[in-house]
Design a protein around this ligand. Structure first.
Ligand code: PMP
Length: 354
């Protein structure tokens, strides 16, 4: 009986599933395993004595003030969310309904499509080109034909690690008759941002998260930047008190310790390039150039390799044996020890020696 009551567009959805198991190296979700122990202590200390009997600041005023200074925008141009996942859902709630279209490149982060299905919209997918390079001409061609209300560009892209040249992003924003969202979840590992464009293009939203570079995945804090006009619309659909005061305070400590985190991020970037080189020397592994805190690898026996790693309590992301990511695994860059363990196990699994 209940199933007859469910909206048609929800019926085919499956709950978001996350593998929960004991690990010695958790390298499946692009978190930051290198966060400074002292910073975690600072967060814990700041949280001591925090009162939780009253609701948090509804609009995250202090966080937006600090962030505004860092990204050189006014606080009215910013919104904080319970992870950038929540902001993606809010954008779609505000702009997409039955029959409306969004445009994405594929493969990419899965939540754009899922959140679009929830609100009854349709996702148009433009495949990435050879070696997962962004296919600008095809993307623009499809955008002109389909007239999507919202376009998502993930830069750097998850799970491929590729990037889109700035000139191409600008042209897409200019040619689009809808909203363009640039998801910069991994920007700290890349260094090139489009945040400065927010003041020039009223249809642009730049999305960021503190879950990756800033090592705060557990607190669920993301944010969006846009023109005041566009933000005014997004605030209409924001649920009250959407970020807990625990999370707001933890985020504040992270932002105030930006210099410490920037050093950690630089170390991860150097380690990523070093590990990419080591992996590419192993026969049977193709490593894609990455600008994130992870490496996408295509492996002959990906399933067996994934299982071998899992048996040794090392968790990476495996994409199955169908579609453009067939035979691929994605490895988050962890601590130096975790990374060496992955390389050792990969070589064992593939029977390769150095
Ligand atoms: N965008 C991209 C590209 C991602 O990879 C992720 C997390 N995997 C998110 C957004 C969501 O991040 P969060 O909700 O933790 O801010």
């Amino acid at each position: 009986m209940i199933n007859n009551l469910v909206k048609e567009n929800i019926k085919s959805l499956v709950p978001y599933e996350v593998k929960e198991c004991e690990t010695v190296a958790k390298l499946d979700a692009n978190e930051n395993n290198n966060v400074d122990y002292l910073l975690n202590q600072k967060i814990a200390k700041a949280l001591m004595g925090l009162k939780v009997n009253q609701y948090p600041d509804n609009d995250c005023c202090e966080l937006r003030r600090i962030l505004g200074k860092q990204v050189r925008l006014s606080p009215q141009q910013l919104m904080i969310g319970c992870g950038s996942d929540q902001i993606i859902a809010l954008i779609l709630q505000a702009f997409i309904g039955e029959g409306d279209k969004i445009l994405v490149h594929t493969p990419t982060f899965g939540m754009y499509k899922i959140s679009t299905q929830i609100v009854g919209g349709t996702t148009i997918e433009v495949p990435l080109g050879e070696d997962f390079a962004f296919d600008y001409y095809n993307f623009v061609k499809v955008m002109r034909k389909e007239e999507p209300k919202v376009v998502f560009l993930t830069n750097p892209n998850n799970p491929t690690g590729g990037v889109i040249p700035r000139e191409q992003i600008i042209k897409i924003i200019e040619y689009s008759n809808g909203i363009v969202v640039i998801d910069e979840a991994y920007v700290e590992f890349y260094g090139e941002t489009t945040m400065d464009l927010v003041n020039y293009y009223p249809n642009l939203i730049v999305l960021r998260t503190l879950s990756k570079g800033y090592g705060l995945a557990g607190a669920r804090v993301g944010y969006a930047a846009a023109s005041k006009e566009l933000m005014g619309i997004l605030y209409k659909v924001k649920p009250p008190y959407n970020v807990s005061n625990l999370s707001q305070l933890a985020a504040k400590v992270c932002l105030e310790n930006k210099d410490v985190l920037d050093r950690v991020i630089q170390e991860i970037v150097a380690e990523r390039d070093n590990i990419a080189l080591q992996l590419s020397e192993i026969p049977d592994i193709k490593v894609y150039k990455s600008h994130g805190n992870f490496l996408l690898c295509r492996i002959g026996k990906a399933k067996e390799v994934y299982q071998y790693l899992a048996e040794h309590k090392v968790l990476v992301r495996y994409f199955g044996e169908e579609g453009p990511l067939k035979g691929c695994i994605r490895i988050t860059i962890g601590t130096k020890e975790e990374n060496q363990l992955v390389i050792k196990l990969l070589m064992e699994a593939l029977g390769a020696t150095k």
